[in-house]
Design a protein around this ligand. Sequence first.
Ligand SMILES: NC(=O)c1ccc[n+]([C@@H]2O[C@H](COP(=O)([O-])OP(=O)(O)OC[C@H]3O[C@@H](n4cnc5c(N)ncnc54)[C@H](OP(=O)(O)O)[C@@H]3O)[C@@H](O)[C@H]2O)c1
Length: 333
Amino acid sequence: MNILFFLGHIIGILPISTVLLFLLARLVSRHRCAQDGHGRGVLITGCDSGFGHQLARCLDKKGFVVFAGCLSPEGAGAQCLAAQSSSNLKILKLDVTSDEEVQRAKKMVQENLPEKGLWAVVNNAGVSDWAEIEWSTTEDFRSMLDVNLFGCIRTSIAFLPLVRAAKGRMVYVSSIFAFFNCLNMGAYSVSKRGLEAFADCLRVEMASFGVKVSIIQPGNFGRATNILKAKTASDIWEKLDDERKKIFNRQYMELANDYFTSTCQAGFKDTDLVIDSMVHAIVSAQPKGRYLLVSAVDMFFFRLFPFLPTALTDAVFSLSSMYAKRKEMLYAK
Ligand SMILES: NC(=O)c1ccc[n+]([C@@H]2O[C@H](COP(=O)([O-])OP(=O)(O)OC[C@H]3O[C@@H](n4cnc5c(N)ncnc54)[C@H](OP(=O)(O)O)[C@@H]3O)[C@@H](O)[C@H]2O)c1
C-alpha cells in the first residue's frame, strides 16, 4: 500500500518537475550572456546619429571592437562619437548605397579584425519620408529602397562570410511600418517589408551555419533620433503636377502635415528600449527573431494587427476621423 502511494506520488510529481526544470533551463539560458565584447568586432551602419550612434557607444563600453559606419566621417556626429569612445572604436566612411564604399569598408574591417573575428553586423542606416503614393514618383521609391533595402542587402552579402566564420549575428532595423499599412507611408513600408522578407529568408539559410538573425521593429521614436526631416505642406504641393493638384487640395496637405507632425511628437523620448534590444540580439545566447518595440499600451494592438483580416486592418484607417476629413476634401477647391 505504501509502495503504491509512493509510486503515485512520484508519477504525480514527475511531470510538474519536468516542466519546472524545463522553464528553469530556459530562464538560465536566456539570462546567460553568451558573448562578452572582448576580442569581438561589430559593424554598425548609420552611426552619425540616432540608434546607430547610441549603440556604437554602448558596445564600445562593453569592450567590443566597434566599426562605426558613418555617412559623413567628418561631420559632427561621427566626430563626437570618436571623441567619446575608446581607441577600439573605428569610424569608417560607409554610404550603404555605394558598392565601392561597402567593399572599402570590408577591406578595412578585414585588416583590423580582432582575434575572435567579426561577431555581428547591425544594419541600421535608414531614411524616412512620408507622402501618399500618388504624390510620389518612382524615383522617390527608388531612393528610399536604395538605402533601407538594397543598402542592407549590399552590406549583408559583403560581410556575411566574416560573420559566418564567427557563427555570429545579423541584426536588421526594420519598423512597425513593415506590417502596419497606413496612409502616407507607402515607400517606407515597401522598404521595410522587403527588408524583413530578406532577413527572414536569411535566418532560415543561416541557421545551419550557426548564425542568428534578428529583426528590430521600433514604433515611434521620432523625438529620440534624427529620422524625421522637416517638411512643409508647400514642399509637397510644389511637387505635384496640375492634374494631381485638382485631386488633392492644398488645404488637405496642411492637414496631413499637421497630423503627421503631431503624431510624431507623441513618440518615445529616448532610445533605451531599442538599444537594449539591439544589445540582446547581439550578446544573448538566445536572441529573438523579432523585437517589437512599442509602448506597453500599444503592445496588444500591434501584436494582434498582423493576424487580423484585411477588412479589419483597412477599417482601422478608413473609419478614422482623419480619413473621413480626407475624403471630404478630395477634389475640393
Ligand atoms: N526613429 C524612429 O522612430 C524609427 C522607427 C522605426 C525604425 N527606425 C529605423 O531605425 C534606423 C535608424 O534610424 P534613426 O531613427 O536612428 O534615425 P537617424 O538618427 O536619422 O539615423 C539614421 C542614420 O543613417 C544614416 N544614413 C542615411 N543614409 C545613409 C546611407 N546611404 N548610408 C549610410 N548611412 C546613412 C544617417 O546619416 P545622416 O544623419 O547623415 O543622414 C543617420 O546617421 C533606420 O533604419 C530607421 O528606418 C527608426
